[in-house]
Design a protein around this ligand. Structure first.
Ligand code: RAM
Length: 861
């Protein structure tokens, strides 16, 4: 046995946590990635846990599994820390070394762990000025460690002894607050000292009681008082514990933030700062008392995904003077975040920052923001360079207009855009020889980043920013390739399940808020409500997480049962309000649902597809009876679909691209001949359309895959590479750096689309990236979690090379192909624990070993 034959295990992971600190799972599932020589497979593993009471090792467990393996030990208790190591062995029984440790710490797992009470400032706050809260305390003995468990009604930021705790933004995020409110856990050992200490909190309205939604919006959606719930637990060297929780002894006052709204922006007057307010010794004699407000600790949950934080800073690419008092700043990238300024000037001078995604006639074009004012204001304290960034708002923008700039310095350095979103780990990459396609892909990534801000939103800039179910239903497979979004989307899907109506209706967006006549009360909508059946499955395909499937199964089933009742014996879902192929370019600008494809054809197709997914899910979960029942239902609906919408000659009743794409991709055609005919007709329609886009939300993600599935890759490439409007690349002519909501959010003449709904940052139509990953580069999963990998490159469109990589649960999967006159060369990387094959364009198959391999296929002439 040579040393290099020994497998190496990287530090394991727990659930989908990036940072397993303050987690809510008492028995977190564990995963690990092994690097081992080609041909090695895991025969057994052993897990070691070091806990307060010592080190425990499991027996060797004979199993090839390494992803989301059940917790093998007694469950963890609240506040319990533990270090996990794993080692593995192959058929030769030679054990590898122990992995580096994973440090896990649980949060407060039981409602009874909470002794703190939520407190709210007393007295009128009719102006909704964000308050400060504070408390001084003494830490008697030497401190061993300290943890802060904290959440709020509204948004919070904490300081201890004058120093900010953590770097989370917009905590505690947005969930269905009545049912689930997340708390965060921070290690604050380094913030404290023996003796006098102080803790302070900034609070703001946020989603809890701030103005949300369109048409003027609504405030106080969850309550009319902001509140803080904080529990600081200090463990001393002598073993004693001091608990400082929010309670009636806290004090409150107004701070320097005069107003803060997610949509409206923030107004801050630095002259009203209270120096030292979060340090001990500050005189809070004129501060007001607080009241205890209700919050059921049984609703408090730990996060399953990463927090929102600043992930990147972007400096201006161009700063121009609009006039004597106004600067126009171009950051060169449409992004979500906020601007940090460093300014000098006299006390009382105010700098105003407005934001927009695009310009019109050289000025910010704010009309697309509708009711979102997105304006920040900073009033200087005077006497030096002052650096400021708002705390409790985010904006979607590429451009900022700054009025009253007194930088004195260099605006390119003193004005910075700070990008914010859920801080997920990047897991997917793509590049090819066509720079425009690469830019399109980057735009998809940027739209993902801008719209994965604690929950998956439709758009990040206007007065909407809601968890639209249809948008993420379409985009989830793309997202799950690019980022590890399982923890974040798993949390959001819990909210979808708890907000699902009693009859099974899935809200149009979650959390559900009033949405005017069109959206309230919610009605069951195909493509949108189907998120409950399709998205858990898409995430399972990417992660191998059957636990998520189990958690969401009832929600999925309730949806399909509802549609079954609505459809009745015909098996056709042909009644009720439907959005159809939303934003079909042929729909009138003011009626985006009036696309050319029969809405009921789409609704019935989704019905069949969701029923099929429930059947598959039941199968994975070991419920064969239900699997059969939903499988039969899916067959019956499919037959009804064929009878109603597929004409004898193979044409469909809606002779549109979306109709054929849906029928092909949802497997709704009776046989291979019908599939081939549908593929031909689809290719014809795409050619007749001059290879411009003729599909909306529903059809767009499916057209290219449907063309590829029926061997019309050339047509798919022509569609991809089209530059005239409408097309994916058209937006690049207008310097797009994100994916737009409408194909022509900017019109060919360079003016902004006059439609009410004109976002420049909507990920839905970017779902074509999944085809870039799976077909252009050719990297896909043939088994859940990439335990089976299929490389299926389909070169075309003049592209001479392509590359994709994915950090899968088993390790990095990678392909790079190069095309030349003599043939196709594929260099592929396959992680230990998986099987892989190349499906060549000519139909041949090559099975690949683990490790990196180069294989070639000569052209057949
Ligand atoms: C718009 C949203 C979203 C879409 C709905 C139907 O308001 O922006 O993208 O899903 O309408």
């Amino acid at each position: 046995m040579t040393p290099e034959r020994i497998p190496t295990v990287a530090a394991p992971t727990a659930e989908h946590h990036r940072e397993p600190f303050g987690i809510g799972e008492s028995a977190p599932r564990l995963s690990w990635k092994t690097t081992a020589p080609t041909g090695w497979t895991q025969h057994a593993y052993q897990i070691e846990a070091t806990r307060a009471d010592g080190t425990h090792r499991t027996d060797w467990v004979t199993s090839p599994d390494s992803v989301l393996v059940s917790w093998p030990l007694p469950p963890l208790g609240s506040r319990e820390a533990c270090a996990i190591r794993v080692r593995v062995r192959g058929a030769d029984q030679v054990a590898g070394d122990w992995s580096p440790p994973l440090h896990i710490e649980t949060g407060l797992l039981a409602p009874g762990d909470w002794t703190a009470q939520a407190v709210s400032p007393r007295g009128s706050d009719s102006d909704r000025r964000p308050p400060l809260l504070r408390k001084e305390f003494t830490a008697a003995a030497d401190i061993e460690r300290a943890r802060l468990y904290v959440t709020a009604h509204g948004l919070y930021e904490i300081e201890i002894n004058g120093r900010r705790v953590g770097d989370h933004a917009l905590a505690p995020g947005w969930t269905s607050y009545h049912h689930r409110l997340r708390y965060q856990t921070h290690d604050v050992t380094g913030h404290l000292r023996a003796g006098a200490n102080a803790i302070g909190a900034w609070l703001a309205d946020g989603w809890y009681r701030g103005r949300l939604g369109f048409g003027g919006g609504h405030a106080d959606l969850y309550g009319d008082r902001v509140a803080l719930l904080a529990q600081l637990e200090i463990v001393h060297r002598d073993g004693s514990v001091t608990v400082i929780g929010t309670d009636p002894s806290w004090r409150a006052a107004q701070g320097p933030i005069l107003s803060a709204g997610l949509l409206d922006g923030e107004t801050y007057d630095a002259r009203q700062e209270l120096p030292g307010w979060s340090r001990p010794g500050f005189d809070d004699g004129d501060w007001s008392p607080v009241d205890v407000v209700p919050r059921d600790p049984a609703t408090l949950v730990a996060p399953t995904g990463p927090p929102v934080r600043c992930t990147e800073e972007i400096h201006p690419v161009l700063v121009t003077a609009l006039d004597d008092d106004r600067l126009l700043v171009d950051f060169g990238q449409n992004l979500v975040g906020r601007v940090r300024i460093t300014v000098s000037g006299p006390a009382g001078h105010t700098v105003v920052i407005r934001h927009a995604e695009v310009l019109q006639d050289g000025e910010l074009c704010v009309r697309p923001l509708r009711g979102a004012t997105s304006t920040d204001r900073y009033t200087l304290r005077g006497g030096g360079p002052e650096t400021w960034e708002p705390r409790f708002t985010l904006h979607g923008f590429r451009y900022a207009e700054i009025t009253g700039w007194r930088g004195g310095g260099f605006p390119g350095r003193d004005i910075v855009a700070r990008v914010h979103h859920t801080d997920m780990a990047r897991t997917g990459w793509f590049a090819c020889s066509n720079d425009q396609v690469n830019r399109l892909h980057q735009n998809v990534v940027w739209s993902l980043r801008g719209n994965f801000v604690d929950l998956p939103t439709d758009c990040p800039q206007r007065d909407e920013r809601l968890g639209w179910t249809g948008d993420i239903q379409i985009f989830a497979p793309t997202a799950a390739f690019l980022y590890n979004c399982h923890g974040m989307l798993g949390s959001w899907l819990r909210d979808v399940a708890v907000e699902q109506h009693d009859d099974g209706t899935v809200p149009w967006y979650v959390p559900e808020i009033p949405g005017g006549e069109q959206w309230t009360p919610a009605r069951p909508g195909a493509g949108w409500g189907d998120v409950v059946a399709l998205t858990p499955w898409d995430l399972y395909r990417a992660s191998g997480d059957t636990g998520l499937l189990a958690a969401q199964y009832d929600s999925a089933r309730r949806w399909v049962d509802l549609v079954t009742r609505l459809a009745g014996p015909s098996g056709l879902w042909n009644r009720g309000y439907q959005l159809g192929d939303w934003l079909d370019p042929f729909a009138p600008p003011d009626d985006p649902g009036a696309g050319r494809t029969d809405r009921h054809l789409i609704a019935t197709a989704y019905y069949a597809w969701s029923a099929r997914h429930v059947a598959w899910t039941a199968g994975v979960l070991g419920r064969p009876d239900e699997g059969d029942r939903y499988g039969d239902l899916a067959d019956r609906v499919r037959q009804a679909f064929v009878d109603a919408y597929v004409l004898p000659g193979g044409r469909m009743t809606s002779d549109t691209q979306t109709a054929y794409a849906v029928a092909l991709q949802f497997d709704l055609l009776p046989d291979t001949e019908a599939r081939a005919a549908a593929g031909r007709r689809l290719a014809e329609l795409v050619a007749e359309g001059g290879h411009t886009i003729q599909t909306g939300f529903i059809g767009t993600p499916l057209v290219a895959p449907a063309l590829s599935a029926t061997r019309h890759d050339d047509t798919a490439y022509a569609l991809l590479l089209q530059q005239e409007c409408p097309s994916w690349l058209y937006a690049l002519k207008h310097d797009a750096t994100t994916v737009w909501e409408r194909w022509d959010s900017m019109l060919p003449d360079g003016s902004v689309n006059p439609g009410e709904m004109t976002s420049f940052n909507h990920y839905a139509l970017g779902a074509v990236a999944e085809w870039l990953h799976g077909t252009v580069a050719g990297l896909g999963a043939s088994e859940p979690g990439y335990r089976g990998i299929v490389f299926r490159p389909r070169p075309g469109g003049g592209i001479t090379w392509a590359h994709a990589a994915h950090e899968s649960p088993y390790g990095r999967v990678e392909i790079r192909w190069d095309l030349d006159e003599s043939g196709l060369t594929v260099r592929a990387t396959v992680p230990t624990g998986t099987t892989a094959r190349v499906d060549w364009p000519d139909g041949g198959v090559t099975v690949l070993p683990t490790g990196t391999t180069t294989v070639r296929r000569a052209h057949h002439r």
